[in-house]
Design a protein around this ligand. Structure first.
Ligand SMILES: C[S@@+](CC[C@H](N)C(=O)[O-])C[C@H]1O[C@@H](n2cnc3c(N)ncnc32)[C@H](O)[C@@H]1O
Length: 281
């Protein structure tokens, strides 16, 4: 079963679906919509009346279909390898699922998506990685080496951003997600990539962890606003990379982070999605 909604309703729909489908949902994003897939045998799928009541006209479509027998092959074909670079000539990351061949001439990150979000191919992940690589390629203020240090990843999914950061030398790296499947996939992926990173379950709506000087947050605009509202000025990160917003949501996210004193330094967009690099003003 697939439930499609407007991006501004995604948090609400996910909250309702989490209760109705405790086995978990698979999230994917398209232009102007977010889709949640729920797998289950006939008769096991939830009644969506409650979600419809909660979202009013926010649900775009609900579709039930039988999954074809070759779905796992088709799912693999969807997760393609990808090279990410901030600017021509900069450091490149080669992201690939485990079943694709390795490349010895690149900094590799191998991600098995499991049931969690992300092999890195999604525009929001890609934009986050580009901004991270941009910071990595920047000379340190003393002119020697690259700025690296502690890093927090809010909404870590399958761990792709945290693991890429650890591969680049950021340390310690800690990722948080409310989804049990995400934490378990992230821990497995960190081990497969032989990097040190810690992953913990946390619902960002219930509070924030201590934030490292560089904090990544690939979430949605409403959740980013909620995160911004919870940041104390004294404990604020020096820099944040915020992704998961739509291009048109840039203004409201920038306004939200002005509260704790973080200002826009760079904005990148891809396929209707946007990502911000924010810096302590
Ligand atoms: C867009 S995905 C990003 C995943 C990964 N960081 C990436 O870039 O591919 C957003 C993640 O945030 C998590 N998330 C959503 N709401 C959350 C909440 N209230 N608390 C913690 N994590 C949440 C989701 O489970 C999902 O893994």
């Amino acid at each position: 079963m697939a439930v499609r909604c407007r991006p501004d309703q995604a948090e609400l729909v996910l909250a309702e679906l989490t209760v109705l489908a405790p086995g978990g949902v698979e999230e994917s994003h398209g232009t102007g919509f977010v889709e949640y897939a729920i797998y289950g045998a006939e008769g096991e799928l939830p009644d969506l009346g409650q979600v419809e009541a909660a979202t009013g006209d926010g649900l775009v479509a609900v579709d039930s279909s039988e999954v074809p027998a070759d779905w796992s092959e088709r799912w693999r074909a969807f997760h393609r390898p990808l090279e990410v670079v901030a600017a021509e000539g900069g450091t490149a990351i080669w992201l690939r699922p485990p079943w694709e061949p390795r490349r010895d001439d690149a900094l590799e990150v191998v991600i098995d998506p499991g049931q969690a979000f992300g092999t890195g191919a999604h525009p929001t992940t890609r934009l986050s990685l580009e901004l991270l690589l941009g910071l990595y390629d920047e000379p340190a203020s003393d002119g020697v080496g690259t700025v690296r240090g502690a890093l927090t990843d809010l909404g870590c999914g399958s761990g792709v951003l945290a693991i890429a950061a650890a591969r680049l030398g950021f340390s310690p790296v800690t990722g948080f997600d409310h989804d049990r499947a995400a934490i378990s996939a992230a821990i497995d992926n960190a081990a497969a990539n032989r990097v040190e990173a810690t992953f913990r379950r946390l619902d960002l709506r219930r509070g924030l962890p201590d934030l490292a000087p560089l904090t990544l947050a690939n979430l949605t605009a409403p959740l980013l606003e909620l995160v911004a509202a919870q940041i104390d000025r004294p404990g604020r990160p020096d820099r944040m990379i915020c992704s998961g917003l739509l291009e048109g949501e840039r203004g409201r996210v920038v306004d939200a982070f002005a509260g704790p004193g973080l200002a826009e330094r760079e904005f990148r967009a891809l396929e209707g999605w946007g990502a911000l690099l924010l810096e302590a003003a």
